[in-house]
Structure formats: structure tokens, C-alpha cells
Ligand binder design. Sequence first.
Ligand SMILES: Nc1ncnc2c1ncn2[C@@H]1O[C@H](COP(=O)(O)OP(=O)(O)OP(=O)(O)O)[C@@H](O)[C@H]1O
Length: 468
Amino acid sequence: MERFKNAQPVVQWCMNSLKNLGKYATPIGIILYSEIGSSIVTSVASTIKSVLGRLFMSRAFLTSKDEAFHWIMLWISENEYSSRANHFSVLTSKTYFDFSTHFFNMSPSEKDKNKIPVKFVPSPGTHIVKFEGKYLIVKYSKQSGGSNNSESDDQLIISTIGYQPYFLRAFITHCQETYVKSKHGKTLIYVPDIYCDNWEPRICRNKRDPSTVVLKSDLYEGIKTDAQEFLANQSWYHRHGIPFRRGYLLHGPPGTGKSSAVVALAGDLDMNICMVNLTAKSLSDEKLSGLLLSTPYNSIILLEDIDHAIEHTAKASANHKSIPEDVNDNDDLSDIMSSPISLAGLLNCIDGVIAQEGRLVFMTTNSPHKLPEALVRPGRVDVKHLVDYSDEEQCRKMFVNFYGEESQEQASRFVSALKKVSLAGPLGHVGTGSIVDKKITTAQLQGHFLIYKDKAEEAIRNADRLFV
Ligand SMILES: Nc1ncnc2c1ncn2[C@@H]1O[C@H](COP(=O)(O)OP(=O)(O)OP(=O)(O)O)[C@@H](O)[C@H]1O
């Protein structure tokens, strides 16, 4: 009984509280009702939407990391929808890269050279396009933030009515075919985006005709045959347990046609080129390996001036804290101190357990002696070629390429003029008469002929200017 007496105030307090609650019951009820009710309605609606979506819609998700993203964007840009869309982005040929621009003829007409051509492409948002009489909803979202994660990817969600995915697949296949057709006769050059997260197609240029790249006889053909043989023998490599990769090193003086040969080869083999600047500040070992593992299908990897990258890695690893002694005033110190990649990282990426299979890697350098043994060992570099100063035959071919087949006789006179100059050695001494000893590069020859465009005789008369 005593215990109940003690509990009396508590019971009284509870009774009072209930009474007071009665006063507020209606507003609290409304609030609770509306809050709970609306959340129930929202979740039921979204469940129904998602169930209906799954039952009656098919959907494809793509990010800009994937090549298919670009096929779709190109198709939409070229589709008549884009000309009618009231929600679009405007691109000019000077605009920051957008894949589609390179497939349009964006060069100004001869008549109106000051008028920059304009192209309208879909802007981020939702677009409705028609394909084979059916509608597709394309949701395009652009992520502008992130620097070092996949959040910087643009995203496409394509939906259409119908449970069966065939229509959507047919649409994507059609976009791919359109892309392949647009690319016909062109070489696509990919470079890493500014964060070095993904590849982006940067240049779409007409294929370079291999006959316009004048190398020593059979050099180009030798490289091409080797590459073709490699590409055709995947199963042989697998059978023998040899990694299916082939590395080439083209070395020689600047302006002798090393990069031009790779561009011509890519066109000849109907491949694309992925070019990495190994000294880019935003690159790192991880990013480089990520990039090399995700090179777009059917691409040649081109690492130009590899000796510069090696120099950078060496300086940076030796000088993480101190300033290198051989830095001169023109060097950008921050570049040297923060070399983006390490030598070990580079070697691993080119040929390590993480290296992608089935690829051609071309490296070019002016200073092969600066390359570490480990870089040029077989497996990383399987084929080495010196691309040297021009010989007689190259001078003749360059002349004929410039002035036409009918200029054969003039080409011989041009070569004689060059030999005559070669016979006069330095300071009145007799020279060897060998054109190669005069160290003329094909780039110099090109420059000379450009001065005397359409004036073959003047190019011959002034041949000695090549040696000034
Ligand atoms: N062998 C060649 N045949 C035709 N054109 C050439 C040749 N070599 C150089 N050229 C021309 O000279 C320019 C530079 O050529 P390219 O970039 O291929 O030389 P490179 O050897 O790669 O030079 P670098 O070592 O400086 O990178 C280009 O415009 C190219 O057309």
C-alpha cells in the first residue's frame, strides 16, 4: 500500500500530461499524419515507378570513360533532333574539345574565312530522340567537379519503353556503325584529359599517306610488316606464354620523321593513336597505369621524347628535398621537383604484370644513350630503328613528292647541287661529298621546299641555303 502511495504523484503527472496532450492531439496528429503519409506515398510511388520502370522500360547506362558514350553523343549531334532542340550547347572549332566537332567539317569556307563555323550539340539535361520510329529518352549529365576520381565522368542514361533490350541494343549498334563510318579515312588521336583520368579523342585527322613519309628504303615497310605479323599472331603468343605486346623505339635526330612514321602506320593499319605526355603535372604512376590499362580499342600507344620523361623521373627521385645542381635558369623548377611518375612506375606500365595485352607501344627519342638499360630491354623494346639524316635517295624522293612525278630530272639536279656543296668541306677543306655527312633532316628539306613552293628551279639554285 505504501508503495502505491509513493507512485501517486507520478500517476497524477501522467494523467495531466494526457489531458494536455488531448489539447494538442489534432495538430500533432495532422503533422504526424502528413509527414508519415507523405513519406509512405513517396516511397510507394518510387517503388511502383521502379517496378514499372523495370517491367516496361529498358535502360542503358554509359559514362564518358567508355567509347560507346562518344558513339551516342556523335549520333545525337548529327541527328535532326539536334537542329530542332531548344536546349543545346554551341560549339565552334575553337571551343574546348568536344568529340563530335571533329567529325564535322568545321573549317571556314574559302569565301568567308572570318566566319567561324558553329555546331549545335545536346546540352546536359534530358533529350527525347527518335530512332526507327520509336522514342528514346536520353538523360545527359555532366560532372564538372572531381579531379582524381571517376566523378569527373559525364554520364548518359538512355531509356525506352519496352521490356526487351533488343531495340536499345540495336540503337547502340547503329550509333557505333555511324561512328565507324564517320571515322573512315581518318586517324583519331587520343590524349589524357586534364586530370589524366580518362582518354579523350582530341584530334581526328585525315590518314597520312605513308608515301609522304620519306624514310630510308624499306624502313617503313619493315616496321609495318613486323607490326602486322605481331597483330596476326595473338594465339601464337598465348601458346608460347609470351606477353602479347610489341615495343618499338625510333631514335634519331629531331625532324627526321619518327612521329610522322607512327601517324602514317596508324592510318595504314586502321588504328588510332594514344599519346601521353609523361611530364604532365597531373600524371602519377597510378594514373599512368590506369590510362595504359584502358587504352581505347585498336590503338597504338605513342610515348614521344621518352628520354625527357626519364630525365624528369631521375631528377625528381634524386632531388625530392634538394634542388638539383644541373637546373639552369630556364628550367621550370616546380616541374623538376614534382616529376609526375617514377622510373619504376613507367617500367611497370610498359611491361609489368599490370600492362595491357595486345598492344603496340612506340617510343621516340633524340638521345637513345640517355635511356636506361631496363627500358630498352627486349619485352619493352623489341624493335629499334635509327631514323637518320637524309641520304641521296630521300632528298630525291622529298623533291619529287613536292614538285610532282614529272620533276624527276630536276630532282637529280637538286641532289647534284647538294653533293657539290658537300664536297666543299669546312674552312676550304675538301668534304666527303656525302649528303648524309651534311646532316640535313627531312624536316629541313620540307622547310626549304616550302620557301620555293611551285618554284622547283629556285629550290635547286638555292640548295646551298640548306647548309646555312
Ligand atoms: N621523313 C620524313 N618524310 C616526310 N616529312 C617529314 C619527314 N621527317 C620530318 N618530316 C616533316 O617534318 C615535320 C616534323 O616531323 P616529325 O615530327 O615526324 O619528326 P620527328 O623525327 O618525330 O621529330 P622530333 O624528334 O623532334 O619529335 C613534320 O611536318 C613532317 O611532315
